[in-house]
Design a protein around this ligand. Structure first.
Ligand SMILES: Cc1ncc(COP(=O)(O)O)c(C=O)c1O
Length: 444
């Protein structure tokens, strides 16, 4: 599966660069054509094992859910859009009823949007209107989206925020990024200094807890580098939110929908939120965001929040068909995420032992990453090492995505066949071995 960089690929990329605004494209010239289960193909027939799930959207394989595709096609022929936020339609109501069965008792009500950032915008507005408080709180490393409200919460890279302020009232505080503890401590002897910091400094010196409408948290930080916090961190911050009357919002846009092993990533920590946001995998490849609100919070006045495309009938048809598959196969999906996630982490632990540039390996369920460093002792981040590994693996038929400053996500479909998973891990290891050798040779 050696990648062939054809003239056709080069021509499309050249045309793209003339008409498309710059976004977040990385180093690999992947020009999509189609997918088939665990594999994706480019326009020149190059075949790749998919370790990206196209940013954790196809959690069950590219086009794997035939029911979702068929349902979307049927609905497309019938009616694709019904102005669901102004009129009524049965399909979004049925989907809402079904999706609520996946949530804890007491949930609630759903708002439909088209993306993760919109799901979070809605959550910010709901939190403010329910509490009549002005501030929101989030964590360094957080990524909650790029529209202005969500961007106020996002703090994973300065490039996301530079020139875009002023933002709406938000405060940030350190996340439990234990590999690079902001306090220079080690877990568990740290005594959860990051939780204490919120009490002593964020709420002690910067903002009154009584003015904070909600605390937004990713149960596993996604764009921040796939950071898995200790359980005590989530328990500690939840307690702070509760003690101060803040709502607790779990941003499950990336970690949810089984990526971190359970439908709700927050369930891994035994904690419940007041509002959950989801997107990415929910729409089975079609744009859909959902904001799910605890019933006891009540409702908002008419006109306070709405949109045009929320509850789009084609997106709902695909999402509901996928959900039926998910409900039927929940135990198997959870088991696969656990089993395959364990296998992947075990392989990565071996690689960490063998290769100097592998600084940290971590993950929950099948939300897994490697953090690359110049060397283990200094822990200096090596974005170059990460990028070189990504390109080398790509050239050998493996598609992956970066995250954080020097990390690489490894997020195949949860349903990936074990043989394809092993082959993908072999390609990854070969790439790491080659880049590691090159970097060590350069040093000597
Ligand atoms: C945790 C999290 N929240 C929100 C978003 C924003 O989602 P979208 O790109 O659909 O607006 C993302 C996107 O990566 C995300 O990972």
């Amino acid at each position: 599966m050696k990648f062939i960089y054809t003239d056709k690929i080069k021509r499309i990329i050249a045309r793209d660069s003339k008409v498309i605004m710059t976004t977040t494209r990385g180093d690999v010239p992947f020009v999509a054509s189609h997918g088939d289960g665990d594999f994706v193909y480019d326009v020149s027939g190059n075949k790749f094992i998919d370790f990206s799930s196209f940013i954790s959207v196809y959690n069950f394989g590219v086009n794997a859910s035939k029911q979702a595709r068929d349902a979307a096609k049927r609905q497309m022929d019938k009616l694709s859009h019904a102005a669901f936020t102004d009129y009524y339609a049965e399909e979004p109501v049925t989907f809402a009823e079904n999706v609520l069965k996946m949530f804890p008792d007491g949930f609630g009500r759903i708002f439909f949007s088209n993306s993760g950032t919109e799901a979070n915008e809605a959550a910010i507005k709901y939190a403010k209107i329910f509490t009549k408080r002005q501030y929101v709180m989030a964590f360094y490393g957080a990524f909650h989206g790029r529209t202005m409200g969500s961007l106020s919460l996002t703090a994973s890279k300065v490039a996301h925020r530079e020139h875009f302020g002023p933002f709406s009232a938000a405060v940030h505080t350190p996340y439990a990024y234990c590999y690079r503890c902001p306090f220079g401590k080690e877990y568990p002897s740290c005594g959860m200094a990051c939780v204490d910091y919120i009490k002593k400094y964020t709420l002690g010196r910067e903002v009154s807890g009584k003015e904070v409408a909600a605390m937004f948290v990713e149960p596993v930080q996604g764009e921040g580098g796939y950071i898995v916090p200790p359980k005590e961190f989530i328990l500690g911050i939840k307690e702070i939110a509760q003690d101060n009357g803040m709502l607790f919002v779990s941003d499950e846009v990336q970690a949810g929908y089984f990526r971190a092993g359970k439908f709700l990533a927050l369930d891994n920590f035994g904690v419940k939120a007041d509002i959950y946001t989801m997107a990415k995998a929910v729409g089975a490849g079609l744009p859909m965001g959902i904001t799910v609100v605890r019933k006891s919070l009540g409702d908002v006045p008419e006109g306070a929040h709405s949109n045009t495309f929320g509850g789009n009938l084609v997106a709902v048809a695909a999402a509901d068909a996928q959900l039926k598959y998910v409900m039927k196969n929940k135990a198997s999906i959870e088991d696969q995420a656990r089993r395959k996630g364990r296998y992947m982490l075990a392989r990565l632990e071996e690689m960490k032992e063998k290769y100097e540039i592998v600084g940290d390996v971590r993950g929950l369920g099948m939300m897994i990453a490697i953090e690359f460093v110049k060397d283990k002792k200094s822990k200096d981040p090596s974005p170059k090492g990460r990028d070189d590994v990504t390109v080398e693996a790509f050239n050998n038929g493996l598609l992956m995505l970066p995250t954080g400053f020097s990390s690489l996500r490894i997020i195949p479909p949860i349903t990936i066949n074990q043989k394809n998973l092993e082959e993908g891990m072999d390609i990854l290891e070969d790439a790491i071995k080659k880049v590691n050798f090159g970097m060590q040779k350069q040093k000597s």
